[in-house]
Design a protein around this ligand. Structure first.
Ligand code: NI
Length: 182
């Protein structure tokens, strides 16, 4: 199983790579990593397991966070206590977005960033994501609010972007009134 130490830290330059498109059929190794990522994200959001295995909680992970420069992401979204929706998207792309933007009031988090970073990260409130499942079938997902932010955050990873790149360093709370806090 994956441990928190297997996840690249923000100082690792590989996180700045632009990941490569995946071709199908996917390799057994990539499929294995996807399973590991989903298991990590699910367990990390179940308090007892997170404690037992010392997992830092997170809802999303991109392959590059394990040092794999390929375009796939996993998101495990807790929709109610102990109930999770799991998304695995290969070669994901945002094909449309809302005009409205939002931000996480307490600050966005990332499994590769082991510190609190304050500041506004503007994100679309709603996005439509297109990509492929692990078998190469086209999929389309409509996401809003927290889930929409997760998709934007993970797709950024595939382009070598970390969430705090979006924060204005001189004025981290800049334009707070232009966006809705969630
Ligand atoms: Ni992240």
């Amino acid at each position: 199983m994956l441990k928190t130490k297997d996840i690249l830290d923000e100082k690792d330059k590989r996180l700045r790579l632009v990941s490569e498109e995946v071709t199908f059929p996917m390799s057994d190794e990539d499929l294995k990593y996807i399973d590991l990522m989903v298991t990590y994200l699910t367990d990390s959001q179940i308090e007892k397991l997170a404690e037992k295995y010392d997992l830092r909680p997170g809802m999303g992970m991109a392959a590059i966070q394990l040092g794999i420069p390929k375009r796939y992401i996993t998101i495990v979204h807790e929709v109610e206590e102990g109930v999770f929706d799991t998304y695995v998207v290969i070669n994901p792309k945002i094909i449309s977005n809302s005009v409205e933007k939002i931000y996480v009031e307490q600050g966005e988090g990332c499994l590769s960033v082991n510190r609190d970073v304050e500041g506004i990260v503007p994100r679309y409130a709603r996005v439509t994501v297109e990509g492929y499942d692990t078998k190469g079938q086209k999929i389309r997902i409509r996401a809003r609010e927290e889930l929409a932010i997760a998709f934007q955050h993970e797709i950024d990873h595939l382009n070598g972007i970390l969430f705090y790149d979006h924060i204005d360093l001189k004025n981290p709370m800049k334009d707070a009134d232009r966006y809705r806090a969630i």
